[in-house]
Design a protein around this ligand. Sequence first.
Ligand code: GAF
Length: 395
Amino acid sequence: MQKLKKIVAEFYQRYEGDPILVQSPGRVNLIGEHTDYNDGFVLPAAIDKHIFLALAENESNRGRFYAIDPGETFEADISGQLSKSGKGWPDYLLGVVDQLRRHGYDPGGFDCVFGGNIPIGAGLSSSAALEGGMLFGLSRLFEWEIPPVEMAKMAQKAENDFVGVQCGIMDQFVSLNGKKDHAMKLDCRSLEYEFYPLKRRDIHIVLCDTRIRRELASSEYNVRRSQCEEGVRILQQHEPGINSLREVSPELLNRHGQKMDPVVFKRCTYILEENKRVQDACRDLEENDIHAFGQRMYASHTGLRDQYEVSCAELDILVDAARTIDGVLGARMMGGGFGGCTINLVEDRYLDSFKERISQRYQKITGQPIAIYQAKISAGTQLVDLPKAKTDKEL
Ligand code: GAF
């Protein structure tokens, strides 16, 4: 709430008019990692950590932005050809404007102040929250009816084409369309989704942040994508109808696997198994078998570590520790990998002892502290009311 008030106060200090306020969440992913760009299944949820954006029209042709956290401004003519800012954060916003214009939505000038409480680089999708928040906010400001699925596709495209990260659609999709107290099973091929209730007082979602941010993550991400594509190309020589690993059965993969580089075969095997794990994990939820669900989270981590090779020593230390600590139902690395967070399902009565023990264990082995966040499953991107007081003093 403090952050929200600060954003509004900054807006009134810098710009004119009354802004609309958008709240856009980060996400966790319970299971289904690296499956989204393989047309597969994922099971993410939006969380109670947000980016907030205050937005108002300014009757010019300029987009004027202020990012609270670095305390930086950026301004650009948004009526002509848009180019990269060379500064980092403005590209997420300019990329969204660029996508909107490509789809025939032409925003006039506007002012924007934003900030939030999603830890940056922790794998909680602060960038997707920013892109989705910007898109949603502009659609409300300029009164465009853009279907939610289209918004998610545009936000993903903004990141792919303008920021230059070849991410899949999971993060933008769930940030925009998540539902309070529910996980979303998303079919990344059809973009159909269904919600699974996940409100349990006796279980918490706890994120353990290694605080490791590795540059390598985005280059290795692209390598994994192309290895999967190579696997598909080889299989297509035998089954021309296949478009993605989603359509490949284990029998088909095993039949032609020896024609692949062994590394490519390993990557493809992981994707097939992880897709099945998501389906099975959803069945566990239907049957209220949270213990079986937790075991699949561990199996997902093992696959990410040994077959997909996107984990790192620090994430493995946290998952290995979680396996031996009382009250942990399941744990795995989360997101692209090579750093960031593990996600842990922890029983309520063990919550405090878990936090203490995992912190101690990690510190003892690595000499470094971890950060711990608890996440509650929240709604997707939405408008929120403007706090009543307007000026900095009143706020
Ligand atoms: C990152 C990407 F942005 C997602 O699209 C997804 O591929 C994820 O890594 C791995 O599951 O968060």
